[in-house]
Structure formats: structure tokens, C-alpha cells
Design a protein around this ligand. Structure first.
Ligand code: COA
Length: 180
């Protein structure tokens, strides 16, 4: 267990956590992103959070995958991929923030900010120079969150999933340099 602040902890996700992770993400993802999808996001959740995919995610040696615990309750997930390169970026020592999802009932309490600030400190200590992530442009909450924390636009792509509505296909890559 990693203590981030008085009320926030990170707990490593294990292979056996498949069902609780799936249930958690079905609730969180659906609430935030179901309107992006023609099937309300069922296909995406079922594939991203399938048992098979969780085992694959957990088997990646260079990643850390956590449940976020607020007070005593699991309220989200947080995944980091160390040494993951952002296409077109020549900086050495890059970290990707792959996932940060919080239950809506815990939004706007400063939890996301504390997690990112913990990651930035950790990454800096380990000698990383840059953190980057993907963010959907049509998700203003996340977009504004990263902007507020000093992340900047680097590039974007249009996702090609058939079930995604055209107007929400744009996904941007944001980054932050850690040594200034
Ligand atoms: C995006 C997310 C991680 C932010 O976490 P959070 O704990 O709610 O954010 P914080 O309370 O730490 O907010 C920090 C700052 O970000 C900005 N911000 C956060 N949510 C915002 C919103 N809904 N609208 C505008 N600004 C927002 C604010 O400036 C805020 O500071 P303030 O509250 O002092 O004004 C969280 O909302 C979430 O999990 N959303 C759903 C999943 C998701 O989209 N994840 C990102 C995938 S890339």
C-alpha cells in the first residue's frame, strides 16, 4: 500500500482483482464516457477490462497498476507505464500516465491533483524528464484538469473505433517537462 496523503492510498491490482476492477470501471467509465459510444461503451469496457486484458496489463513489467483508495473505499484506478515513448518526442526517459479514473462521487476533492503530483515527484526522483498522456478532447473535465496542472498539447490523432461517434474521435497527447 502506498500512502499518498492522509486519505488517499494506492493498492497494487492483482490478477484476482478482475471482477472488482470490471465492476468499478463499468460504473465510472459508463458515467463519463457512455455518450461517446453507439453501444454506450459496452464493447470498450468489455475489452479493456476483460480478464484477459487485465492479465496482459499486469504482465507488463514496466507498468504499475493500482486501485485508488479514498478513506477506506476503492474509488478508482491509476496506471503508469515507465519508459513508454510518445511518438515524435525525442526526450529521454519518458513516463506515460495511462489511466486515472475516479468515481464521480469523489470528483473535485483534489484527489486527481494529489495523484498527479505524487507521480511527478516519483518520476523526477527516478530520473524521468517527461510525463505524457492521452486525453479525449470531448471530455472537458479531463482536458481542463490536465491544463490546470500545467500539461501542454503535443499532438493528436483520430480514433478509428467503429462504435465511436465521429464528433468525439479526437484524442490529444499532453505532456509536462519535469525539470523546470
Ligand atoms: C479527470 C479526473 C481524474 C480529475 O480528478 P479530480 O480529483 O476530480 O480533480 P481535482 O479535484 O484534483 O481537480 C484539480 C483541478 O482540475 C480542474 N478540474 C477538475 N475537474 C474539473 C471540471 N469538471 N471542470 C473544470 N475544471 C476541472 C480544476 O481546476 C481543479 O481545481 P479546483 O477544484 O481547485 O478548481 C476525474 O475527474 C476523473 O476521474 N474523471 C473521469 C475519468 C477521466 O476522464 N479520466 C481521465 C482519463 S484521460
Amino acid at each position: 500500500m502506498i500512502q499518498i496523503s492522509k486519505h488517499i492510498q494506492l493498492k497494487h491490482i492483482q490478477n484476482s482483482d478482475f471482477e472488482s476492477l470490471f465492476k468499478l470501471m463499468k460504473e465510472i467509465y459508463s458515467y463519463t464516457y457512455s455518450h461517446f459510444w453507439k453501444d454506450k461503451g459496452d464493447w470498450y469496457i468489455n475489452s479493456q477490462y476483460s480478464k484477459e486484458n487485465l492479465l496482459k496489463d499486469l504482465s507488463e513489467k514496466k507498468s504499475d497498476y493500482y486501485f485508488i483508495i479514498y478513506k477506506t473505499e476503492i474509488v478508482g484506478n491509476f496506471r503508469i507505464i515507465w519508459d513508454e515513448k510518445l511518438k515524435g518526442c525525442t526526450k529521454e526517459n519518458q513516463v506515460k500516465l495511462h489511466r486515472v479514473y475516479l468515481n464521480p462521487k469523489t470528483h473535485r476533492k483534489g484527489i486527481g491533483k494529489k495523484l498527479i503530483s505524487w507521480l511527478e515527484k516519483k518520476a523526477l526522483e527516478k530520473g524521468y524528464q517527461i510525463i505524457w498522456l492521452d486525453v479525449m478532447d470531448a471530455q472537458p473535465q479531463a482536458y481542463k484538469f490536465y491544463k490546470k496542472l500545467g500539461y501542454k498539447y503535443f499532438s493528436h490523432e483520430l480514433l478509428t473505433y467503429n462504435l465511436l461517434y465521429n464528433k468525439v474521435r479526437k484524442m490529444s497527447q499532453f505532456y509536462k517537462l519535469l525539470n523546470n
